[in-house]
Structures are given as C-alpha cells and as structure tokens.
Design a binder for this molecule. Structure first.
Ligand code: SAM
Length: 232
C-alpha cells in the first residue's frame, strides 16, 4: 500500500468519499487515504488526524513527499479533536479499527461533527456498535459494502444525517448489506454462526453460573436472528 495504491479495503473507503469534499481522516496512520484522494484530485482539502507520534510523523512525511502540505493538515490529536470548526469538514473517515473504538471516537467528539454530512466508517469488527450509535445520534445508514481481502472480511458503513428505524437484525448485519445479500455477506455470517456455536459448546462444558447462562442465551438468540436473515 502507498499513496498511489491503496489496499482493497481502504480503496472501498475512498469510493465513498464524495468528490470535492473537505475530509477529516481520523487514525490516518501513514495518511495514505488523504494523499491517495488528493493524488486523484478527488478532494478539496483534508485533515489527517493521528494520536500516536510515530504514525503522525509518517503521515507528515508522506504529505510533504507528495507536495500536499498546503492542502492536507496533519495533526497530532485524539479522535475528533483533530477537527476545528474553521476547517468546515464535510466528510469524516475512520478506518481500520474496531467498531467499539470508532464509536467511542464519534461519541467523545460528537460536538465536532457539526457541519459533517457523511461519516465513512470501516470497522474491522463489531460494526453493530456504529449502527447503534448512528440511530441514537441523528444519522442513518446511507450505504454499506462488504469485501474480502487476504482472507479477512471487512464492512464499510456510510452514515448521513437523518432519522431511521432499524430492526435488531438490521443493526447486527447491516440493513443494506442484508438487501445486497452477497456471497461474502453469507460467508461472513456463516462463519460467525460457527464461531458462536464453538463458544456455546465451550460454555456447555463450563460451570453454569448465571453469567454463563446469560451469555449462552444471547448467542443462541443471535444465531436464530442471523439464520432467519440468511434464509429469508
Ligand atoms: N486508517 C488507516 C487504515 O485504515 O489503514 C490506519 C488504520 S491503523 C490500524 C489505526 C490507526 O488509528 C493507528 O495509526 C492508531 O494510532 C490510530 N488511532 C487509534 N485511536 C485513535 C484516536 N483516538 N485518535 C486518532 N487516531 C487513533
């Protein structure tokens, strides 16, 4: 991966960034995504936010090497604190982290989202947390994609301002991914079911505390929910 060639996962995130937007890429690491989008002349300006010094310096170096220092501002900051009101950011990307971390970044800095029209989130796991955060915070799920790269399956969840109601199954598997019902979607959830079944078997062998019985019941419920989705 470099500033001209993204992984398929990050290229999918790039696809959902609107043309001519002002972008904040949070957890930018090497700043590959904003540099790539700038190289394609797709975005107007960008902020590359990073909380760790090493990746921050690597982002700054890449931005300089590509000659974008006047259009990509690299900032050492925690989450959405990288964004200032005067930046007039319209699109936020947060990719390559767990869904719970992405959700806490959104929650902790939500006052910085004024003026943001689109959030493109790419959770490595637990996308449900982002969908739940969206409905509780005035966003709806505008689009979703799922892809496989190097044996791993990734989801991309695109949020836009709006109010929507989703079922528990929709929040778990994604309302749009469910409609698209791709082979990768089917494979992901068949894999999850097998993993839950493995855990249930392990729980069966353990002492039956209230907590273990609760966990087992939750997993059985999820298996039933997902099975209904896969066969509907
Ligand atoms: N976004 C890139 C991608 O998708 O390829 C990089 C993903 S990398 C696995 C996650 C990056 O997010 C790391 O560089 C990490 O330091 C950064 N990060 C984690 N928590 C963060 C936070 N609260 N604020 C800003 N950056 C964060």
């Amino acid at each position: 991966m470099n500033t001209n060639q993204l992984s398929d996962r990050l290229a999918m995130v790039a696809c959902f960034v609107p043309r001519d937007t002002v972008l904040a890429d949070i957890g930018s690491d090497h700043a590959y995504l904003p540099c790539y989008l700038m190289n394609k002349d797709k975005i107007e300006r960008a902020i590359a936010g990073e909380v760790v010094k090493g990746p921050f310096e690597s982002a700054r170096r890449n931005v300089q090497l590509n000659g974008f220092s006047d259009r990509i501002s690299v900032r050492l900051a925690n989450g959405l604190q990288a964004i200032e009101p005067t930046d007039a950011v319209e699109t936020v990307t947060i990719a390559g982290m767990g869904g719970t971390l992405i959700t806490s970044i959104l929650q902790d800095g939500k006052e910085r989202l004024d003026g943001v029209k689109r959030i493109v989130a790419q959770p490595n796991i637990h996308a449900i947390a982002i969908r739940q955060w969206a409905v509780q915070n005035g966003f709806l799920i505008a689009d979703e994609e799922i892809l496989r790269e190097d044996g791993k399956i990734y989801e991309v969840v695109v949020l836009e301002r709006g109010i929507a109601d989703y079922s528990d199954a929709d929040l778990l598997v994604g309302p749009i991914l469910r409609k698209k019902n791709s082979d990768i979607f089917q494979a992901k959830w068949e894999r999850e079911i097998r993993e839950w079944q493995r855990v249930i078997k392990a729980l069966d062998a353990a002492e039956k505390t209230e907590e273990i019985l609760k966990k087992k019941a939750e997993m059985e419920q999820k298996i039933e929910l997902v099975r209904k989705v896969l066969t509907s």
